[in-house]
Design a protein around this ligand. Structure first.
Ligand SMILES: Cc1cc2nc3c(=O)[nH]c(=O)nc-3n(C[C@H](O)[C@H](O)[C@H](O)COP(=O)(O)OP(=O)(O)OC[C@H]3O[C@@H](n4cnc5c(N)ncnc54)[C@H](O)[C@@H]3O)c2cc1C
Length: 532
């Protein structure tokens, strides 16, 4: 794995391929010729000396190796990759521990509580909100707890359609194991390849389903967490009306209240009936209205992704300059023709024209489906590799996401686009590009997702990025849209998160933090601090 960028190190393209890509990007986006930066050499990176000795009882599962510490320093946002590319790992944790079981987790938390050492729970390290970087190494030491050694599917209850899975299991590890029983979790965030179940639960990740089961929350039956004050295990029941939900405290806790060790997850039979279609709209607002009607008709498509024409272009969909709606339905039990036909009627009523499909696939059939949907899927999972390449050629490229009610969408969307364009011009002195897609849609509102690209001035990248990113966050906040639909709060979104939630809730969360983690060792700086 790359210690500074996304994914496997050998998938970072060579200089010649990046040169060709840089020319294409500059021509497509109207940027000046782009200069290529080379990835950092291991010999040249800066990792500060560790401040901690590995206790003898942790020797079997801990390391202070410098490259390992560098690889656990940052997440995978634009700012993280810029810092990694520069070889600066000033904020590296002092030790990495790889617990083998719950007992190791308990032992490390006990030691860190006693010695007042910070602990950062780490899943796949794919956070884009500063979730895993310990603010400023202000503690006397920082231990990064990498959960990927606890990566097993422990049990499958086929009768209840539940699977007991350890927190460090990545998307592919989970799916490979469930597939043996014809089951699937069907939670596919774009970071699927490397992110983990514990990370998904800790950040309330958003997955494959564009409607209904959108967040990991919907798939968690029960969860186990270890806190500095002891175990926190929720009841294995399908639903309960017994007071406030203990599970809700774990969802979105971002490593600040405890370490998630395992969960019983709702799994389903792999879908065999599918319907897919691609619809084009001349007018973005018509596509928006179609999505709203599909959501409010409670048709619950698994895919309902509206891409504006720039987003379609960046993803190389041959949409003829139109805005594109990708529609998909799936089931393990029944044909999806009726639901798809209803959705197509709605889209057509709003001026949509079928570009491809609808295609229907029944049990056992291997019909091809929509080529646009397939190429979207490919570009969706390749995008993170492209992102790292773009950063290395001087392009500021980042995303942010939100959700708002339908009545506020138009005004919010326009304000966001205006503010981000103006900030790109201000920060870089040049025009940039901002695109929008809906990742999820609900009966009461969409979850729009924005990508911006601008040309960086060498040496000023992070300041320029911050100016654009803060302008975006301020636009969300003043329009009453959430600071995040699924990326989480971390350190990056914290000021806006604190404005978004009621003060009384914040105080209750601080009291909870104080109760579960009284010394304040867990992920200091993220989400919530204990009473100071
Ligand atoms: C290219 C790219 C695409 C992405 N696409 C999506 C997407 O489609 N949907 C989405 O929701 N997000 C997405 N993300 C964001 C990120 O992948 C998610 O936040 C993901 O859930 C993080 O999982 P992780 O295992 O990598 O956790 P990490 O990044 O390692 O950690 C994230 C947070 O969770 C905490 N944490 C991790 N494991 C545990 C544990 N076992 N116990 C307690 N706390 C823990 C950490 O302390 C940290 O606060 C994307 C990120 C990238 C880089």
């Amino acid at each position: 794995l790359s210690f500074w960028g996304w994914g496997y190190a050998d998938r970072f393209p060579d200089q010649q391929s990046r040169g060709a890509l840089a020319e294409q990007v500059a021509a497509l986006l109207g940027f000046q010729p782009l200069e290529l930066a080379e990835p950092p050499a291991v010999a040249d990176i800066h990792v500060p000396d560790t401040r901690l000795d590995i206790p003898p009882e942790f020797k079997a599962f801990a390391t202070d190796n410098a490259i390992n510490r560098a690889a656990h320093t940052y997440g995978k946002s634009y700012r993280d990759i810029i810092r990694g590319l520069s070889g600066n790992f000033d904020k590296a944790p002092d030790l990495i521990v790889f617990p083998r079981d719950e007992n190791d987790v308990i032992a490390v938390l006990d030691w860190c509580s006693r010695e007042e050492i910070a602990v950062v729970p780490f899943g796949g390290g794919t956070s884009v909100v500063g979730g895993i970087e310990c603010s400023g190494r202000t503690q006397d030491g920082v231990v990064c707890m990498d959960m990927r050694g606890m990566n097993k599917v422990l049990a499958i209850d086929e009768v209840s359609q539940l699977a007991h899975i350890q927190a460090g299991a990545t998307g592919p590890q989970i799916e490979d194991e469930l597939q043996k029983s014809g089951l699937t979790l069907r939670h596919y965030p774009q970071s699927f390849e490397f992110s983990t179940l514990g990370g998904w639960i800790a950040t309330r990740a958003g997955g494959h389903f564009a409607t209904r089961y959108t967040h990991i929350d919907d798939l968690v039956n029960s969860v186990s967490m270890v806190t500095p004050q002891g175990e926190y295990k929720t009841a294995r029941v399908p639903a309960s009306g017994a007071g406030p939900d203990p599970k809700a405290l774990v969802l979105g806790s971002e490593g600040t209240l405890g370490v998630i060790t395992d969960a019983w997850m709702r799994v389903r039979k792999k879908p065999t009936f599918r319907a897919t279609a691609t619809v084009g709209f001349e007018n973005f607002d018509d596509g928006v209205a179609a999505c709203r009607d599909v959501a409010q008709a409670r048709l619950y498509p698994s895919n309902c992704r509206l891409l504006d024409k720039r987003e379609a272009m960046l993803n190389q969909l041959p949409s003829d300059g139109k805005h594109v709606l990708l529609l998909g339905f799936e089931s393990a039990y029944r044909a999806q023709n009726g639901l798809m036909n209803d959705a197509m009627l709605i889209a057509e009523r709003h001026g949509g024209v079928a570009i491809e499909g609808p295609f229907f696939r029944s049990e056992g059939e291997r019909a091809p489906g929509s080529t646009m949907a397939n190429s979207w899927k490919r570009s969706f999972f390749d995008a993170p590799y492209l992102h790292t390449s773009l950063v290395s050629m001087g392009v500021i490229v980042d995303t942010f996401e939100t959700a708002c009610t339908w009545d506020r969408f138009q005004e919010t969307h326009q304000d966001i686009i205006r503010s981000v364009r103006a900030a790109m011009q201000r920060a870089t002195g040049r025009k940039g590009i901002v695109t929008c897609r809906f990742t999820h849609v609900y009966p009461d509102g969409p979850a729009p997702y924005y990508t911006f690209l601008a040309q960086a001035t060498p040496g000023q990248e992070t300041d320029q990025w911050a100016e654009i990113r803060w302008a975006a966050a301020d636009a969300l906040s003043r329009n009453g849209a959430t600071i995040t639909h699924h990326h989480g709060v971390g350190r990056l979104h914290r000021p806006w998160y604190e404005k978004e939630v009621p003060l009384t809730f914040r105080n209750a969360l601080i009291a909870t933090k104080q109760s579960l983690d009284p010394v304040g060792i867990l992920n200091p700086g993220a989400l919530v601090d204990p009473v100071s």
